[in-house]
Ligand binder design. Structure first.
Ligand code: DOR
Ligand code: ZN
Length: 348
């Protein structure tokens, strides 16, 4: 049985670090697990311009623990009105790596998102021309569509028509949760890829209701049926360069999760690699974790792979029940109080 796992230093290609005190609370965990991360722009107000992204990047760097070598890869929030000039500034910036598409109303802080994909078409055309990736939250918001079908309908109504119109646009279908999402990406050309979270590899929707409603397993897109989890595991462990690590670690204070109308998001930053190792091991594919975590992402983004390694060991440990966050309620990590088999012993 494998007891040590040394892999090239990985990156997180989908991460929420919020702002201010929240960033200071959660960033050290990510900086220990990952060398770089794609930083989501869904602040309040959202990060819509290169100038705002530059200021946000400085706040993130200031929140790092001394000596950390973490590099935030910034994104802008696409709106109906994103100007073509802003895309030119992104291309010239060097530090803004992508734009994020949120359908208006789909998830946390998405009110300023896109109401109709045709509206920002000039910006999307400029992105296709400049090779700037579009990171898509892949759900439709049509209230007539069942919440468990919103991703599959997104593929039909939004993603496929968009790629027919702009075949060269680089697209990352973020946090895919369905067999339909995985199959679409696998069959698409090389400019289309997807991230996969640890929770969608480890759990199906039953987990949300085991013994009562369990808000810390609630994220968007929501966990799906077992059939879909199995398809995601197959995609992640296939060795295909189209699939790579993106935790979607999304911190929310405990008192905004354990409430009548709780926020969406699983907090996995402190033990993300351990969770992925568990999922890959269960699939008999630990040898495929390194490429998923450290090679496919930078290759897609056209960035160098990291040098150096991190090391995990088979050593049981208990996930804390609660960690410090912005208020006295703290934050509950995914799997709080449970035992994990793998432990990151030598981080970044
Ligand atoms: O569960 C989620 N949480 N999904 C998202 O799309 C947004 C995220 C957040 O920002 O909390
Ligand atoms: Zn996200």
């Amino acid at each position: 049985m494998t007891t040590t796992l040394a892999i090239t230093t990985p990156d997180d290609w989908h991460l929420h670090v919020r702002d201010g005190a929240a960033t200071r609370a959660v960033l050290p965990a990510t900086a220990r697990q990952f060398r770089r991360a794609i930083i989501m722009p869904n602040l309040k107000p959202p990060v819509r311009t290169v100038a705002e992204a530059a200021a946000y990047r400085e706040r993130i760097l200031a929140a790092l623990p001394p000596g950390a070598r973490f590099e935030p890869l910034m994104t802008l929030y696409l709106t109906d009105n994103t100007p073509v000039d802003e895309i030119r500034r992104v291309a010239a910036s060097g530090f803004v790596k992508a734009l994020k598409y949120y359908p208006a109303g789909a998830t946390t802080n998405s009110d300023a998102g896109v109401t109709d994909i045709a509206r920002p078409m000039a910006a999307l055309e400029a992105m296709a021309d400049a090779g700037i990736p579009l990171l898509m939250h892949g759900e439709v918001t049509d209230p007539a569509v069942d919440v468990f079908d919103r991703e599959a309908v997104f593929v039909e109504r939004i993603l496929d028509p968009l790629l027919r119109r702009l075949p060269s646009l680089k697209v990352v279908f973020e946090h895919i949760t369905t067999r339909q999402g995985a199959e679409y990406v696998a069959a698409a050309p090389g400019n289309v890829a997807a991230t996969i979270t640890p929770q969608h590899l480890l759990y199906n929707r039953n987990e949300l209701f085991k013994g009562g409603i369990r808000p810390h397993f609630y994220c968007l897109p929501v966990l799906k049926r077992e059939e879909h989890r199995v398809a995601l595991v197959r995609a992640a462990t296939s060795g295909s360069p189209k699939f790579f690590l993106g935790t979607d670690s999304a911190p929310h204070a405990t008192n905004t999760k354990e409430i009548a109308c709780g926020c969406a998001g699983c907090f996995t930053a402190p033990h993300a690699l351990e969770l992925y190792a568990e999922a890959f091991e269960a699939a008999g594919a630990l040898d495929r974790l390194e490429a998923f975590a450290a090679f496919h992402g930078p290759d897609f983004y056209g960035l160098p792979r990291n040098s150096g390694t991190v090391r995990l060991e088979r050593s049981a440990w208990q996930v804390p029940e609660r960690l410090d966050y912005v208020d006295a309620s703290g934050i509950v990590p995914l799997r709080a109080g449970e035992t994990l088999a793998w432990k990151l012993v030598a981080g970044v």
